[in-house]
Design a protein around this ligand. Structure first.
Ligand SMILES: NC(=O)c1ccc[n+]([C@@H]2O[C@H](COP(=O)([O-])OP(=O)(O)OC[C@H]3O[C@@H](n4cnc5c(N)ncnc54)[C@H](O)[C@@H]3O)[C@@H](O)[C@H]2O)c1
Length: 370
């Protein structure tokens, strides 16, 4: 049941649901975001222990002005704007109704059963990944930053001998050579992978189809970094001295291109490491198989490869903070009502995936064959 403030109006609350998807530890609002919303006069109901995976206790949410609900059905009964991080799970399907607006990562093209359940419920569902501003996806960017930064952190650890790595310090030390890190793809995640590697003292090579973009990242990395235009044979030529390769490529709307082939792998030094960030789009290493946080490394010949699709799950507290910073302005607008919100943020209209019992997002509908 909803806790101590349940005398307040039972409509129009913002509901924060505990994530039920396996291994998901992020939460849709931090206590400080809750404070921002309650100070603006909104009522916020948080499911008990929703923040625990990210290190936030119920009493921190209470202090920020939230009410704590003991179960999901209390949140669904009290809130009209429902916040999640990942798509709803089967245990929640029957709780949605036409009074609800859901805002979360949905990826419905890959989740037909979720699409079906949301359509049947009559709710309106907006997807974080469908918010687009001038060709950019502002609610995906924070997770690409997290994945990019983590990729270097992981690589540094996987280079250690205890992981079967080459036994090298990422940044070397005075008088001892650093590792060479080749980052393929100079977009959001590649930029942050390169920046962290450079900050650790590694020698960084940034490769992109777009040389200007690669140059821009290399310049930000400092004097040890260089930029290379991608092209036939380029990655193979870099392989013999690359102790680390980070695959951070994206071809929007398509499977990731294979940029690290079996021949690249064969040329890399013994015990070197590849982090395939693009695994959520099929991966950019030839023959790669997804890994998990429990078993993050797999041997491919004499090279160790990590290809975990949900990298941000490793750092839920940082990932939650980054996500909420990006979503909060939209949550605040939606809490005032959908019609007002789309006036303030027209991009929210394009984020609606489900309304009036059907899939209304053209690309999602096409992917689902509707
Ligand atoms: N594993 C995870 O947890 C996780 C988290 C976030 C993002 N991702 C994935 O990481 C990938 C990169 O995301 P992003 O936001 O950095 O993308 P982005 O669009 O910002 O950057 C991609 C870059 O790849 C470059 N590129 C494309 N094809 C190339 C090629 N053949 N050779 C060299 N460069 C090439 C593009 O020019 C672009 O600069 C995506 O697949 C994304 O889905 C994974």
């Amino acid at each position: 049941m909803v806790g101590e403030q349940s005398s307040i109006s039972a409509t129009g609350a913002i509901g924060v649901l505990r994530e039920v998807k396996e291994f998901e530890r992020r939460v849709a609002l931090t206590p400080s975001a809750v404070r921002t919303l309650t100070e603006r006069g909104h009522r916020v109901v948080v499911e008990t222990d929703a923040g625990l995976g990210s290190g936030f206790r119920d009493d921190e949410y209470r202090s920020a002005g939230a009410e704590i609900a003991s179960d999901p059905s209390s949140v669904f009964a009290t809130a009209t704007l429902l916040l999640h991080v990942k798509e709803p799970q089967p245990s929640e399907f029957a709780l949605f109704g036409p009074q609800h607006t859901l805002f979360t990562y949905l990826h419905l093209a890959a989740e037909p059963s979720v699409a079906d359940a949301l359509c049947k419920s009559g709710c309106r569902a907006l997807a974080y990944e469908s918010v687009e501003v001038d060709g950019h996806l502002p609610l995906l960017v924070p997770m690409s930053i997290v994945a990019g930064r983590l990729s270097t952190q992981f690589a540094a650890s996987f280079l250690e001998a205890r992981h079967g790595g080459r036994g090298m310090l990422m940044g070397g030390l005075p008088g001892v050579e650093p590792t060479t890190v080749v980052v393929i793809g100079a977009g959001t995640s590649g930029r942050h992978a390169a920046l962290v590697a450079a900050a650790m003292g590694a020698e960084v090579i940034v490769v992109d189809l777009d040389l200007e973009r690669a140059r821009d990242v290399a310049t930000a990395c400092g004097p040890l970094a260089r930029a290379v235009a991608s092209g036939p044979g380029v990655i193979d030529d870099l392989a013999p001295t690359a102790e680390v390769m980070v695959g951070a490529v994206l071809t929007p709307g398509k499977k990731a291109p294979i940029v690290i082939t079996s021949s690249t792998l064969a040329r890399m030094p013994e015990g070197s490491v590849i982090i395939d960030i693009a695994i959520d789009q099929g991966g950019c290493v030839e023959g790669v198989v997804p890994t998990t946080h429990a078993e993050p490394l797999r041997s491919m010949g004499h090279v160790r490869v990590s290809a975990t699709p949900n990298m941000p799950a490793a750092v839920p507290r940082s990932a939650t903070a980054a996500l909420v910073a990006a979503t909060l302005p939209y949550v605040s607008a939606l809490a005032d009502g959908y019609d007002q919100a789309v006036v303030r943020h027209p991009e929210l209209a394009g984020a609606v995936n489900v309304a009036n019992g059907r899939i209304v997002h053209t690309a999602v509908a096409a992917a689902l064959g509707q």
